[in-house]
Design a protein around this ligand. Structure first.
Ligand code: ADP
Ligand code: ZN
Length: 434
């Protein structure tokens, strides 16, 4: 079953036609209403007539996060301020937050698209869904909230934090579905254990996770500890918030709602499109946003595009799991390292808990990478031997995957700080020391 089959299952040729006509509409709207875009197009000698086919679009200028910062707060808005009915801000993971706005119609579209994501992952009218994404300026909480309501599910808006209360509510209210970040949900699973509550004591059946990168290993962990089907979903405030893309229950890539978003994958160095299916930086154009249309936004997120039809019947293309951001790629002694590579090695190892932190430092002009990871109590208590063996094995594996030496620090459970929103996996102290 599909939430909106008229759009979600459109033949691909019709999707492309719709995209071209909507793209023309949005370009002419920004040309008229947003000085920034008009100037950038004029600088390149472009006018609206230069868009005859979707391919022509690759000549148009990109937009980056800095552009939003430079025009802070409302410089890229395309409607008068009085038509804006909601403001949000990005969570500021990588610097000063940016402000985004919505018209009344934008909010309706947003609810439709988060409803598509939630429905695709299995949320239904009869569910009670507990949403522990942050409510407030962060787009996560409220974004998902209206989609869940649109489906007709009972929404329990607990927002972030207060873990014991979250679990008591799950138990008392009979929560069947949860929405959160994977890292905080893992933490909840841990607290559940401490409270002596088993998955059988709860009625959970589906979970929706996003807002930060996570691996298949974490998915397995979440599914088995909570007894749920866990799907991945993707969004970013600059484009809309959650609801941009989400997995169906086949869990093989996130359907991206191409009637509202035009996707490109580019090589972040050359800025040219990559071959179909190849990994690169995701670039998104919003096709229907009224308050804050965004043209060719460089998300800095690394993924690939899957255009083949999906077994679920949806025709909308999918993006693969986000491998990280171009700007969270760590360069350690000249070698590119993604935190997700480290996570995969750690979590596929028996006895390692899904809590880790990567610390980068510089000593004598040399980069040092340390990985702190929690290991289960019995490994710590049993015998020193297994600890040493584990350390040796993991260090070796990390070196072979990353190509550089890593200092591994096995630590006791619950020593690494937990976050209630996005996990802070990397601490880079190198910037502080000259
Ligand atoms: P910020 O850029 O300040 O973190 P947002 O709250 O808008 O602001 O976060 C959007 C970013 O979160 C995305 O660009 C992406 O890097 C990350 N993200 C969102 N969903 C996912 C997901 N499912 N997997 C990996 N990363 C995600
Ligand atoms: Zn599907």
């Amino acid at each position: 079953m599909i939430f909106n089959p008229d759009y979600e299952c459109m033949p691909r040729k019709r999707i492309k036609d719709l995209q071209l006509s909507r793209l023309r509409g949005i370009l002419s709207r920004v040309w008229e209403n947003v000085k920034f875009y008009r100037q950038k197009m004029e600088e390149k000698g472009l006018s609206l007539k230069d868009l005859r086919t979707l391919e022509d679009f690759s000549k148009f200028p990109f937009t980056v996060k800095q552009d939003l910062r430079d025009t802070y707060p409302f410089g890229l808005f395309a409607v008068p301020e009085r038509d804006v009915v909601r403001l949000h801000a990005s969570s500021g993971t990588t610097g000063k937050p940016t402000v985004v706005g919505y018209t009344a119609r934008d909010l309706e579209t947003w609810a439709e698209l988060t409803a598509r994501v939630l429905y695709a992952g299995g949320l239904r009218h009869d569910d009670k869904v507990q949403n522990f994404l942050g409510y407030g300026l962060f787009t996560g909480g409220l974004g998902m909230h209206y989609g869940a309501e649109k489906i007709g599910a009972t929404v329990i808006p607990t927002s972030v934090g207060n873990s014991e209360r979250q679990i008591n509510i799950m138990k008392d209210f009979g929560t069947t579905a949860i929405i959160g970040t994977p890292s905080y949900t893992l933490h909840l699973a841990e607290v559940m254990k401490d409270m002596n509550i088993k998955r059988e004591d709860l009625k959970l059946r589906v979970g929706f996770f996003g807002a930060e990168p996570w691996t298949e290993e974490i998915r397995k962990e979440l599914e088995s500890s909570l007894g749920i089907i866990a799907t991945d979903n993707y969004g970013l405030s600059e484009i809309m918030g959650p609801g941009v893309a989400g997995e169906c229950q086949l869990k093989s890539g996130m359907h991206i709602w191409e009637d509202h978003f035009l996707v490109e994958i580019i090589d972040p160095e050359t800025l040219e499109p990559v071959e179909p299916g190849e990994v690169g930086e995701l670039v998104i154009t919003s096709l229907t946003k009224e308050a804050l249309p965004i043209i060719r936004y460089r998300t800095r997120d690394i993924t690939y595009l899957i255009e083949e039809p999906c077994g679920c019947g949806r025709t909308m293309a999918r993006i693969g799991k986000i491998k990280g951001r171009t700007d969270d790629m760590l360069i350690v002694r000249g070698v590119n390292v993604f935190p997700s590579q480290i996570e995969e090695v750690l979590i596929s190892t028996q006895g390692v808990l899904p809590h880790y932190q990567i610390v980068l430092d510089r000593k004598n002009h040399l980069d040092i990478i340390e990985v702190f990871v929690e290991v289960s109590d019995n490994i710590f208590q049993d015998k020193m031997r297994s600890l040493v063996e584990m350390e040796r094995g993991l260090t070796h594996k990390l070196k072979s995957v990353l190509g550089i030496d890593v200092k591994l620090r096995l630590v006791e459970p619950k020593t690494i700080e937990r976050s209630s929103g996005k996990a802070k996996r990397v601490v880079d102290k190198r910037k502080l020391s000259p």
